[in-house]
Design a protein around this ligand. Structure first.
Ligand SMILES: *[C@@H]1O[C@H](CO)[C@@H](O)[C@H](O)[C@H]1NC(C)=O
Ligand SMILES: *[C@@H]1O[C@H](CO)[C@@H](O)[C@H](O)[C@H]1NC(C)=O
Ligand SMILES: *[C@@H]1O[C@H](CO)[C@@H](O)[C@H](O)[C@H]1NC(C)=O
Ligand SMILES: *[C@@H]1O[C@H](CO)[C@@H](O)[C@H](O)[C@H]1NC(C)=O
Ligand SMILES: *[C@@H]1O[C@H](CO)[C@@H](O)[C@H](O)[C@H]1NC(C)=O
Ligand SMILES: *[C@@H]1O[C@H](CO)[C@@H](O)[C@H](O)[C@H]1NC(C)=O
Ligand SMILES: *[C@@H]1O[C@H](CO)[C@@H](O)[C@H](O)[C@H]1NC(C)=O
Length: 528
């Protein structure tokens, strides 16, 4: 019998008896969590190094294929458009895919790709861009990509042979980039403007910035300070973050630790109480616990805010669809009203709870993380392609004849069927495997990878597809986001790869922490 059907049967007993679903922390919840762990352990197969190596090699092959497609046609530009074999430049036209691919090529130990990227990076001029620059996207992709490459090479994860690689250029280029971007923080509060122009050092004039774009800079900027000794970078990001850690006004923190989405750049005040773990808010919560992993001695207040948010999330946002109460998704909120809708982007949540549970030694966070991973897994297994949709809902008011059957069966219905090579489900499988050691999650990751490879591969790369619940994914779009290289390929590979210092650890020995683009950065404080 499949694990999920056993579990559904267990949950059905609760429903039939008219019992309300047990809440985390209650004795009944503990029983169920224990039962769930037991059922998962039953499914777990024996560790199989040969199988793991085959899978890791297959992912590597796909990475090399996509790299060759990109680099042969679009070297120096941001992305390949695989359907037309043309290039596009939505990321400042600095070669985003190359910088985003570096840390993956390093952990895969692919010498020639690493060399190509190391030769390319010193040629980028980070002082100018013809297009608008996003501080957030540029930080998580370019700055983190270079800092991660620098750390991995300095730690001799891979010793590059042949011509002497210019490792130090990664650091000088990181400083050049951060120096170009730093005027964005030059506002009355120090909260940065996100959209800036480097040529004339102006902004798009926007008077607000959002939670995730303010709150997902501090890891990269602090790390740059720590390795250069120039305290300015970290101080800028920490000043901006201070408004998020001490939110005002209190009514825009509708649940302890869970805040609104938009912040006034002029006075640091939250403008709404709308939020949750969806896109726009997501990586703010992600970075709270990651800052603690980065340095537990300096960033314990970030941990405290994460714990507050995590406890409120379990208490208030955990939501079980009426048709499938065995599943757990996270609702969002508008003030204290819940919205039963979620996103592919949100599916990093399981991995983040697992990381927090592991480093804080909290089994309840781990169990809750696994429940979220399980829900996101169902968004994949419920579709024709085996890939989950961009957005979905379990709001019963939206159920009609067009989606009723799907909702009854699967516990959600699709509100946007697109897939644009997002990594979050794979990312959470990765944490689930690294923290529990259960091979079930390796199998889930492999199934997802095979589906992504079968559905999105076209021309010399991989493409966005229009409909995950249509035969062959509907039609191809033109996007091949650089996070295919940084995230999808890396998590798909590392979940099958041998243990290594940069891998997530479950024994309080995390010497590295992954930024939100999956670039591993070496921690500054004692490992947790
Ligand atoms: C530190 O970095 C800032 C931002 O790029 C720069 O303005 C400043 O000159 C640097 N300080 C030193 C001592 O290099
Ligand atoms: C700065 O440059 C951008 C793009 O080149 C342009 O759109 C914007 O209007 C300029 N701003 C000012 C104040 O000149
Ligand atoms: C943001 O704060 C400034 C300064 O206090 C104020 O003038 C402005 O109206 C505020 N903007 C919004 C949208 O509340
Ligand atoms: C949320 O609450 C604030 C004040 O408490 C109120 O002004 C606002 O209208 C509410 N927003 C919604 C969408 O209900
Ligand atoms: C469900 O959808 C209705 C109509 O769109 C909306 O008014 C309501 O707030 C939603 N409720 C939940 C819990 O999602
Ligand atoms: C939203 O989900 C909750 C279960 O967490 C359920 O009780 C509620 O009825 C749902 N609301 C709507 C409108 O679907
Ligand atoms: C990916 O697709 C290619 C082309 O169809 C195929 O040769 C390869 O075996 C596939 N890899 C996996 C892991 O399914």
């Amino acid at each position: 019998m499949r694990l999920s059907s056993l579990y559904v049967a267990a949950m059905a007993v609760y429903q039939v008896c008219g019992l309300i679903l047990p809440q985390p922390g209650s004795a009944k919840y503990e029983d169920l969590a224990a039962k769930d762990r037991y059922l998962r352990a039953l499914h777990s197969r024996a560790v199989n190094p040969t199988l793991e190596q085959e899978r890791a090699n297959a992912v590597k092959d796909a990475f090399v294929f996509a790299w060759n497609g990109y680099f042969s046609t679009c070297k120096g530009q941001d992305e390949l458009e695989p359907v037309t074999n043309t290039c596009n430049n939505p990321r400042n036209n600095w070669g985003a895919s190359a910088v985003d691919a570096l840390s993956t090529a390093l952990v895969m130990e692919i010498q020639d790709i690493v060399t190509d990227i190391l030769d390319y990076i010193p040629t980028i001029d980070f002082t100018t861009s013809a297009t608008q620059v996003s501080l957030f996207e540029t930080t998580i992709r370019y700055l983190a990509g270079m800092l991660s490459g620098y750390a991995l090479l300095r730690e001799e994860i891979l010793t590059v042979t042949g011509s002497t690689p210019n490792i130090e250029a990664l650091l000088t280029q990181s400083q050049s980039l951060a120096g170009s971007l730093s005027f964005a923080f030059d506002t009355p509060t120090g909260i940065p403007s996100n959209n800036i122009y480097l040529n004339n050092r102006t902004t798009d004039g926007e008077t607000v910035n959002s939670l995730a774009t303010i709150g997902s800079l501090v890891l990269e900027w602090q790390h740059l300070s720590d390795i250069t000794g120039n305290a300015t970078y970290g101080a800028l990001a920490q000043k901006a973050e201070s408004y998020l850690l001490n939110p005002e006004p209190t009514y825009n923190e509708p649940f302890p630790g869970l805040v609104g989405s938009e912040v006034n750049i002029s006075n640091g005040v939250f403008l709404d109480a709308t939020g949750g773990w969806n896109g726009g808010d997501d990586s703010f919560y992600e970075y709270l616990i990651k800052m603690y992993v980065y340095d537990s001695s300096r960033f314990s207040n970030y941990r405290d805010r994460w714990v507050l948010a995590a406890d409120s999330t379990m208490k208030y946002l955990a939501s079980h669809p009426s048709s499938r109460p065995d599943l757990t998704f996270l609702a969002s909120y508008v003030n204290t009203t819940f919205v039963n809708a979620s996103e592919h982007l949100t599916c990093f949540d399981g991995g983040n709870f697992l990381l927090g549970g592991s480093v804080l030694d909290r089994q309840d966070y781990i169990d809750f993380g696994l429940a979220l991973v399980n829900g996101c897994h169902d968004t994949y297994t419920s579709t024709l392609t085996g890939i989950g949709p961009e957005t979905f809902s379990w709001n019963t008011s939206g159920v009609d004849s067009s989606n009723q059957f799907f909702y009854e069966k699967n516990g959600f219905y699709i509100t946007n069927p697109l897939y644009d090579l997002r990594p979050e489900v794979m990312e959470s499988y990765y944490y689930a495997y690294r923290i529990t050691g259960n091979t079930l999650y390796q199998d889930w990751a492999w199934d997802a990878f095979v589906a992504i490879n079968a559905t999105t591969r076209v021309g010399n790369g991989f493409s966005e597809v229009s409909d995950v619940n249509a035969v062959n994914g509907g039609s191809f779009g033109s996007l091949q986001e650089s996070f295919l290289f940084a995230e999808v390929m890396k998590y798909s590979y590392l979940i099958h790869a041998p243990d290594a210092p940069f891998q997530v650890s479950n024994d309080y020995q995390n010497k590295w922490v992954f930024n939100t683009e999956a670039h591993p950065l070496i921690v500054a404080g004692p490992p947790v």
